[in-house]
Design a binder for this molecule. Sequence first.
Ligand SMILES: C[S@@+](CC[C@H](N)C(=O)[O-])C[C@H]1O[C@@H](n2cnc3c(N)ncnc32)[C@H](O)[C@@H]1O
Length: 260
Amino acid sequence: MAALEFDEQAARHVERTYATPDVVAQRAQVLALLAPQPGERVLDIGSGPGYLAVSLADAVGPTGTVCGLDVSEAMNTIARSRCASRAWIHIDDGDAANLPYPDASFDAAVSTQVYEYVPDMPRALAELRRVLRPGGRALILDTDWDSAVWHVADRELHERVIAAWEEHLVHPHLPSTLAGLLRRAGFTVPEERVVVLFNPRLHSETFSANIMELIAEFVVGRRGLTAKDAQAWLDDLRARADEGDYLFSLNRYVFLATVT
Ligand SMILES: C[S@@+](CC[C@H](N)C(=O)[O-])C[C@H]1O[C@@H](n2cnc3c(N)ncnc32)[C@H](O)[C@@H]1O
């Protein structure tokens, strides 16, 4: 069955979820590791709602350039509006596997939560390498939902829900093979890290409170799950919170790669 489609409703949901302090903190870690410098040309592949493009633009300043690229029209509409006040950000329509830029046109590139949706990874990484200058650097961040810890009473239902949710990705376990894929594409990988999203409590400003609603919507009709099952799963999670023993954590894996 099809992976998640970033139509207008999904794009708005991602925009809300990625505004939570959990994801704001993740972006701060990504920026610190990529360390964009004034005047640099930086590419954000799968720029989504444009939050990272804005932070990159503030780091490189008006003597630099930020290109955000995304396949989703709905995402690009949101990103263009968010980035409108910074003339040195360009939001482009395009695919990670076929980058519409000349060879060696960027000092750095970043792609967070995107490559797990891209079917042809060797091609996408060859494109990434092509558009970076010699010595250029790339930062990639992706999730493996095998790393999710979510406290529930009904584990059997929870496992079915998470198995169905994994269908939203083309490569649900990409982080395990990403360093190898990068090396085979001609990168060196000097740094690998994990960023943890950790919610020991449930409230509306957490990543998990937002993503659970998207999951409940996505899984209906997959792996035999009904709307009633999805609601029962949500009720289970919220009941843990009401009883004071909610806990969620999820790992996001970060790879810094350089072109030699
Ligand atoms: C979960 S969102 C992440 C957005 C953004 N990178 C962030 O971290 O805020 C995934 C994004 O990847 C984009 N995407 C998926 N497949 C893509 C592809 N083949 N080329 C470019 N963008 C893609 C989607 O349209 C969506 O905007």
